[in-house]
Write a protein that binds this ligand. Structure first.
Ligand code: FPP
Length: 250
């Protein structure tokens, strides 16, 4: 869903921010430490980012914690990341709940251990009614997986006779994606110097503003987060229109 009325002529807070938290491994390597140490430091930045964007008034924050492709990393790193997710959920769910933050996971969770799946389920149901901010954690997520999944669900409905192929339009398709009930991201942030989407929210990024920075995720400070918001405010969002049309509409 794209809110086409949004123009950036005055300071505004993005309704939905998504982040690729990149650079933990390099941060650790620079300190001659194992990559898992970088991920642990990364969790601390993640916690600060959740606070920062909630305080800024962002309604949806989507974080790429583990991509479908990350299974290809050394087994030791994968298992230390899984352990870290468990620990982080145990450590932070209660305080996020107190802050009225709703936790939600997107991605194929059936490959996670039963313990982790249970913990995810528990965090989601405990915080499900919270209204301050929705925190989406993309774990074993891939944008292509999401698109295939949506297509499969729609194909099934066609086969069942519930819908006609002609009923499938952009709105219906989008509604079948993992974030089908959320607005599309207004701002995409990627730390760590790479400038690519890495199979994140492929459909939903159609009109998103991109912000790339060199800072490695563990070093990404509140000042850096504020700089990303300030840069977002300098952008003019046109959604295919001309600059003049946007200025006239105010
Ligand atoms: C990318 O850095 C980071 C990851 C693959 C993991 C991100 C996970 C966290 C920051 C922990 C978040 C925790 C929760 C509970 C949401 P990289 O390893 O690709 O770094 P590199 O590019 O320097 O190698």
């Amino acid at each position: 869903m794209v809110s086409q009325s949004q123009s950036q002529s005055q300071a505004s807070v993005p309704g939905h921010v998504c982040i690729i938290m990149d650079g933990n491994g390099r941060w650790a390597k620079k300190r001659l430490m194992p990559r898992s140490y970088g991920h642990r430091k990364g969790v601390e930045t993640t916690r600060r980012a959740v606070d920062f964007f909630a305080r800024a008034g962002v309604a949806h924050l989507t974080l790429f914690a583990f991509s479908s492709e990350n299974w290809n990393r050394p087994a030791e790193e994968v298992s230390s990341l899984m352990e870290l997710f468990m620990q982080s959920l145990r450590q932070y769910t209660a305080e996020l709940h107190e802050q009225q933050i709703r936790i939600r996971f997107i991605g194929e969770r059936s490959l996670f251990s039963e313990d982790l799946q249970r913990q995810i389920q528990q965090a989601e149901s405990e915080t499900g009614a919270n209204r301050n901010m929705v925190l989406n954690i993309a774990a074993n997520y891939g944008g292509q997986w999401d698109l295939v999944n949506a297509s499969r669900r729609l194909a099934q409905q066609v086969r069942d006779g519930a819908i006609d192929p002609a009923d499938i339009d952009q709105r219906l398709f989008a509604a079948h994606l993992s974030l089908g009930d959320s607005p599309d991201p207004d701002l995409f942030i990627r730390t760590g110097g790479e400038q690519r989407v890495s199979n994140f929210l492929l459909w939903q990024l159609a009109y998103t503003e991109f912000y790339f920075c060199e800072t490695l995720w563990p070093d990404f400070s509140e000042a850096d987060m504020a700089a990303a918001l300030a840069e977002y405010n300098r952008r003019q969002r046109r959604y295919g229109k001309t600059g003049e049309q946007i200025e006239v509409a105010g």
